[in-house]
Design a protein around this ligand. Structure first.
Ligand code: ATP
Length: 291
C-alpha cells in the first residue's frame, strides 16, 4: 500500500527553484506556509524515495564540477543556509550534502565571531571560507547573521548594520561575476515546530547535547528575528543571488527541495566531463606495452 503510494507520487512540473523563489518586493513571512510542499505531491515516504532518486544525479553533477575545477576551471557553487534555531541547517548538510563526495564539499558553520574575526570587517571570515574552483561550498549561517542576530541584539548601531545590505549585495554580485553560483535558502519553520524540536532534544538523551538553555531565551525574540529576516530577504533578493524560502516543518520536504535546487543550479551550469589533454590511444598503447 505504502509502496504504491510512493510509486505514484511525482514531483510536479517546473523548477523547484522558481516555486520557492522569493518574489521581489516587501516580504511577509506569515504568508509562507511552513508545512507546504511546493513542487511535490506526496507524503513523507514518497519524499524519501524521491530524495534517494535524486542522489545519483546530484553526485554526478558535483563530480563534474569537481573535475572541472581540477582541470583549470574556475567555477564553484555556494549554498547559503539561514534559519532560526532548530530549523535544520545541520540536518540539511547531512542529508543533502551527504549524497555527494565529501572531498568536493567545503562546509563552514559560522558561530559567534572570535576576537580575531571581530578585529576585521564583517565579511573577512566569509571571504576566507569561499569555495575554491570546482568546490561545492556550504555556509551554515553566514554574513546574514550580521544583519540578523546583530540587529536583534543591538550588537552594533543601526547605522552600521543598515549599510550592510548593500555591502552584501555587492559582495554576492562580485562572487557571481567571478563564477560562483550563489544559492541562498531560508529554512522556514513555525514557532510551534521549533518548540517541538527543542522539546524533542530535551526528551531524548541522544539529543540533549544539542540543547542550550539560551535557545529558550532566544524564543522571546522570535518576532524580532522574523522582522530582521523579512528585511534581509527583501533587501538582498537580487537577480544574481535571489533568496529562496524553503518550508521546513517537514524535514523530508526540506531535504528534497534543497537537493532539487542544487541539481537545478548545477544543471544550469552545463557541466561536462573535461576532455583529456593527452592522446588516449597513444596512452593506451604505452600502457599495454608495459608488463
Ligand atoms: P543549531 O542551529 O543546530 O542549534 P547553531 O548554528 O545554533 O546550531 P551554535 O554554536 O549554537 O550553533 O550557534 C551559533 C551562534 O552564533 C548563533 O547563536 C548565532 O546567532 C551566533 N552568531 C553567528 N554569527 C554571529 C555574529 N556575527 N555575531 C553574533 N553572533 C553570531
Amino acid at each position: 500500500m505504502a509502496k504504491s503510494k510512493a510509486a505514484k507520487a511525482r514531483p510536479r512540473d517546473g523548477r523547484v527553484s522558481d516555486m520557492v523563489r522569493v518574489p521581489r518586493g516587501p516580504v511577509d513571512l506569515s504568508a509562507f506556509d511552513t508545512t507546504a510542499t511546493p513542487g511535490f505531491d506526496g507524503d513523507k515516504e514518497a519524499g524519501k524515495v524521491a530524495l534517494a532518486d535524486l542522489g545519483p544525479r546530484i553526485a554526478d553533477l558535483q563530480e563534474k564540477l569537481f573535475a572541472e575545477g581540477a582541470t583549470g576551471g574556475r567555477r564553484s557553487l555556494l549554498l547559503v543556509l539561514q534559519g532560526m534555531d532548530t530549523s535544520g541547517k545541520g540536518g540539511t548538510v547531512r542529508h543533502v550534502l551527504g549524497q555527494v563526495d565529501p572531498q568536493g564539499v567545503a562546509h563552514t558553520a559560522f558561530k559567534v565571531p572570535t576576537a580575531e574575526e571581530k578585529a576585521h570587517d564583517f565579511l573577512w571570515r566569509f571571504r576566507r571560507a569561499l569555495p575554491g574552483p570546482g568546490m561545492l561550498g556550504v555556509f551554515d549561517r553566514s554574513y546574514f547573521e550580521d544583519v540578523l542576530v546583530v540587529r536583534v541584539h543591538d550588537l552594533v548601531p543601526k547605522q552600521t548594520w543598515s549599510r550592510r545590505y548593500a555591502t552584501i549585495n555587492r559582495f554576492e554580485e562580485s562572487l557571481v561575476s567571478k563564477g560562483t553560483v550563489v544559492v541562498k535558502c531560508f529554512l522556514h519553520i513555525s514557532r510551534q515546530e521549533s518548540r517541538d524540536r527543542l522539546l524533542a532534544r530535551l526528551d531524548d538523551p541522544t539529543k540533549q547535547w544539542k540543547f542550550k538553555p539560551g535557545d529558550i531565551d532566544e524564543r522571546e525574540y522570535w518576532g524580532a528575528y522574523e522582522q530582521a529576516y523579512a528585511d534581509a530577504l527583501e533587501k538582498c533578493n537580487t537577480d544574481s543571488a535571489p533568496w529562496h524560502v524553503i518550508p521546513s516543518d517537514r524535514k523530508w520536504y526540506r531535504n528534497w527541495a534543497i537537493t532539487n535546487l542544487l541539481v537545478e543550479h548545477l544543471e544550469a551550469m552545463a557541466l561536462d566531463w573535461p576532455k583529456p589533454d593527452f592522446d588516449v590511444e597513444e596512452q593506451r598503447r604505452r600502457l599495454l606495452a608495459t608488463e
